[in-house]
Ligand binder design. Structure first.
Ligand code: GLN
Length: 493
């Protein structure tokens, strides 16, 4: 059965439908692989029974000749930021440890309705704040990749690092991720897999633990562009329970896949040539241009003049929203309660929050509270909001001249765990190419391009016009077909 583990979403769905194997065989193979991979620490809890029950239901439907669904028979990993009914949901924080929701998030429900099952809840950076998966209360996630000739544990990226690690290690064919400022794309790039953040509003935020509500978007992480298209179709859709949900039909992205880019213009933003970007990343970007040209696209130079302000603006807007969203964790309603002897209500709030939140989460809450305070609101928050508008305008102007944008996903390849941990600014720089699209709410995808000289994956990013996930997926497919990326991490776990 070991070859089942190499199959992706499409292969599994189609294989189950044809009767090449049963959904139960698939679920059993992945449940076994998950149980044997605890060294990666990709899962916070495993839910083998969920996966087998969903598989049995699909197999029963097949016997009756019924429709198996868009994801029929595909077991997936669920980032532990999505509320799952009856299954602990922690956001990788001590403050939510033991919290078992009474309800299911819209996105996870959509996936179960499409025939998917759940292998478990995936580890992440605490409250999705981080770029390396080192801020989880439940321990670091390791990437399955190692730098050639070394044995150091490498970062799977963050915050969706449990997702990226599991999918690249082939203990899950696909996983959900969320992206507030790069958390789908950066971990995908670090581990040689694909991930797409759709247009803001495509996937419902209902039941997703909130980090920065004006930026948070769910999306799929998988090993091919096709698999991302299939899974995004299953996840997306209008939801009246999310006031920012897009009231638009979900396009048939899978059926619309087309790698012929004749007549398309791909923009290369000159401001993304930044100091500190790895030479090999710049080379992969050049190679990406060649691949897209080969697919029929015209490559044009564009300018996104306010790019350098995106990262500072993001690290004001996101913490500001986080400080407000995280006010709800007070020891009264969810998870942890720290009630020192003889303590009053205020003391309980303080003790619970001091014990429950990790250092990075506290840092964000402090920054957010500061930039929203009466004396500094205009100097920081209002300015950052103005920059956000300018960044969106940059993209609108650029999309007058091109159909999609090609850029690196990250300035460097994955780094050893521990390397950037004491330097939050160095860590924040990981997101420099990812946050502009987040601030503008645009669809953006990372696709694996190649291995660097150290044998580590590098990703290329495609950013599209609002609602044009199809254009992003198609450009991604053109790269995938030419990159022929089929490298696998060597198994050590
Ligand atoms: N790494 C970024 C941060 O720490 C983005 C996180 C995310 O997209 N959830 O904020």
């Amino acid at each position: 059965m070991s070859d089942i583990l190499d199959l992706g979403v499409k292969d599994i769905r189609d294989g189950v439908a044809k009767g090449d194997f049963t959904a139960r065989e698939v679920a059993d193979a992945f449940n076994t692989a998950v149980a044997a991979a605890s060294e990666l620490n990709a899962f916070i809890v495993t839910t083998p029974d969920h996966a087998t029950a969903a598989a049995d239901a699909v197999d029963a439907r097949r016997k009756k000749g019924e429709d198996l669904g868009k994801m029929g028979g595909v077991p997936i990993g669920m980032k532990d930021l999505f509320a799952t009914k009856g299954v602990q949901t922690t956001a990788a924080s001590h403050i939510l440890e033991g919290f078992t929701p009474q309800y299911e998030s819209t996105v996870s429900q959509n996936l179960w309705d499409a025939g998917a099952g759940m292998l478990g809840k995936l580890n992440l950076d605490q409250f999705a704040m981080g770029s390396s998966n080192e801020t989880s209360y439940f321990g670091h996630v390791s990437s399955p990749w190692k730098k050639d000739g070394t044995n150091a544990a490498m970062s799977p990226g963050g915050s969706s690092g449990g997702s990226s690690s599991a999918v690249s290690a082939r203990i899950a064919p696909a996983a959900t991720g969320t992206d507030t400022g790069g958390s789908i794309r950066q971990p995908a790039a670090f581990t040689g897999i694909c991930g797409i953040k759709p247009t803001y509003g495509r996937c419902s935020r209902w039941g997703v633990v909130a980090f920065a509500s004006s930026l948070d978007q769910a999306g799929p992480m998988a090993r091919s562009v096709e698999d991302c298209a299939i899974m995004l179709e299953a996840m997306a859709g209008f939801d009246p329970k999310d006031s920012t949900s897009l009231e638009m039909d979900v396009p048939a992205w899978e059926a619309g896949l087309d790698a012929d880019l004749k007549g398309k213009k791909i923009g290369i933003p000159k401001e993304y040539r930044m100091d500190g970007t790895d030479e090999e990343i710049l080379k992969s970007w050049e190679q990406g241009k060649e691949w897209l040209r080969d697919a029929g696209a015209e490559i044009v130079d564009i300018s996104l003049p306010h790019t350098k302000y995106a990262l500072p603006a993001y690290y004001i807007v996101a913490p500001a929203e986080a400080s407000s969203n995280l006010a709800r964790y007070d020891g009264v309603r969810y998870g942890l309660r720290d009630l020192p002897d003889g303590a009053g209500l205020q003391d309980m709030y303080a003790a619970t929050r001091a014990a429950g939140f990790g250092d990075e989460v506290k840092r964000r809450i402090l920054i957010g509270t500061y930039v929203l305070s009466a004396g500094f609101y205009d100097a920081y928050y209002t300015q950052a909001q103005k920059i956000r508008t300018l960044i969106s305008q940059d993209f609108s102007t650029a999309f007058g001249e091109c159909d999609a944008i090609l850029a690196p996903t990250t300035p460097t390849a994955s780094f050893p765990l521990g390397e950037n941990q004491d330097d939050p600014l160095a860590m924040y720089l990981n997101d420099v190419f990812a946050v502009p699209a987040s601030l503008a709410g645009l669809p953006a995808m990372s696709v694996p391009a190649m291995l660097n000289a150290d044998g580590l994956p590098l990703g290329l990013q495609i950013v599209g016009k609002p609602f044009d996930e199809q254009g992003v997926l198609n450009a991604g497919l053109a790269i995938q077909q030419r990159a022929g990326f089929d490298a696998k991490p060597e198994k050590w776990w």
